[in-house]
Write a new protein. Sequence first.
Length: 146
Amino acid sequence: MSGEPMEILLVEDNADDVELTLRALRAGNLANRVKVVGDGVEALEWLMPGGGSPSGPRPGRPKLVLLDLKLPRIDGLEVLRRLKSSELTRTIPVVVLTSSREESDLVESYRIGANSYIVKPVDFEQFIRAVSQIGLYWLLLNKVPE
């Protein structure tokens, strides 16, 4: 894994959901370059210089961010807001992958720049299929500026 660029940043605090997502990505042969972080602060530290401050190194630029909304320390909506308001990270596709069925979360996610909003299916097979399709589309078919 070292030396290869990270393709997916998975921002998820639930260990079971992390494992399910990684299993789904493996099923689509997409799990070899995934970085998992457990809260919004870690996500911002990975994606932005100094976690959003002007100083500090920029650890990685994934091709895709899979973002849960209900996160400790800094919630997913605030992470999304900061990513989409920065010139450095604005073009990184962000797929909100959440259990939230709240209309207000859906509307706000799109308003501040989410590229997609997917409610986690409860059924295991549906979840595997959904995550695999997300990975295939955003990593293989979608084109973004470098």
